[in-house]
Ligand binder design. Structure first.
Ligand SMILES: [Zn+2]
Length: 295
């Protein structure tokens, strides 16, 4: 068979191990076709490799991003949501018990002041427990508003009790004569009952009332000379004697600390001083226990 040289290609196969060669006569168009196939396969392989490399880098980038997001997420989880939850749990409990502690403290102080005033001859008032401690039943019954309103009422009562109870000095000076029996300053041989306390003072010094009240008499009163009597709450009355001048009139409302007259030596007096009496239900009692809160 005769081939036209242009149509035929010779393929030489060399076997290096045996040192032999073989020649093969192939149609050139087949060789060309093979070349085309090979080129096509190479292109496809290159494309696939490109795609694989691209996807691989995309994938690893995605993985890196995922790792980063996961780390951020766990960071957020461990900080932001955890902390407020813990805080609210920690806070809620002590606030309740703190409020309860304050309520108990307020109650015990109210009770103390109330008992103190009772000890000094005031009627006082009953304080029912409205706060924490062993008063769970009462606590549950009362709303916060009701509790506060009850405390407000207690404090108002105490305020009135304190304001209308003789307390402190009608004038701040030393005492020259005490409550009780003493030798008569006009007749040394006889004992005399002194129903009040005498305060040292200069002529014209201010004499002040020791509690809120109402003037029941203001004028000359026998041995007391110029004298002011003031009625307070709970059957208390105070009396200021031997005044040189009277600054109030009968029926007038006065407040604690108000000047009611000037120190003098009117009436049965041996010298300038202020005679001060505290009376309970009309009977003179020792004013010494009303001078300071420690008695
Ligand atoms: Zn006196």
């Amino acid at each position: 068979m005769k081939f036209r040289p242009s149509n035929i290609s010779t393929v030489i196969i060399v076997d290096k191990g045996k040192g032999s060669t073989k020649t093969l006569q192939v149609k050139t168009k087949h060789i060309n076709r093979l070349k085309h196939y090979a080129a096509g396969i190479m292109v496809v392989i290159a494309l696939l490799s490109g795609i694989i490399i691209y996807l691989d880098t995309q994938n690893s980038r995605q993985e890196q991003e995922n790792d980063l997001l996961q780390a951020q997420l766990s960071k957020l989880k461990s900080t932001i949501p955890a902390v407020p939850a813990a805080q609210s749990q920690v806070k809620a409990q002590p606030q309740q018990s703190k409020a309860e502690t304050y309520i108990q403290s307020i109650e015990s102080k109210l009770t103390f002041i109330n008992n103190y005033l009772k000890k000094r001859g005031l009627k006082g008032f009953s304080i029912k427990s409205i706060g924490g401690g062993d008063s769970k039943a009462a606590e549950n019954k009362l709303s916060d508003d009701e509790k506060y309103s009850l405390y407000d009422e207690y404090l108002s009562r105490l305020e009135r009790a304190v304001a209308f109870t003789p307390m402190g000095y009608p004038r701040v000076s030393s005492l020259t004569s005490y409550f009780g029996y003493r030798s008569d300053p006009f007749d040394g041989g006889h004992a005399e009952f002194h129903p009040g306390i005498d305060f040292r003072g200069q002529y014209g010094d201010a004499a002040r009332c020791t509690a809120n009240g109402k003037v029941v008499s203001a004028g000359w009163m026998g041995g007391y000379g110029n004298c002011v009597r003031i009625a307070h709450a709970n059957g208390y009355e105070t009396l200021y004697g031997h005044l040189s001048h009277i600054e109030v009139r009968e029926g007038q409302q006065v407040t604690a600390g108000q000047v009611i007259g000037k120190v003098g030596s009117t009436g049965r007096s041996t010298g300038t001083h202020l005679h001060y009496e505290v009376r309970k239900n009309g009977k003179a009692i020792n004013p010494i226990s009303f001078l300071s809160l420690n008695n």
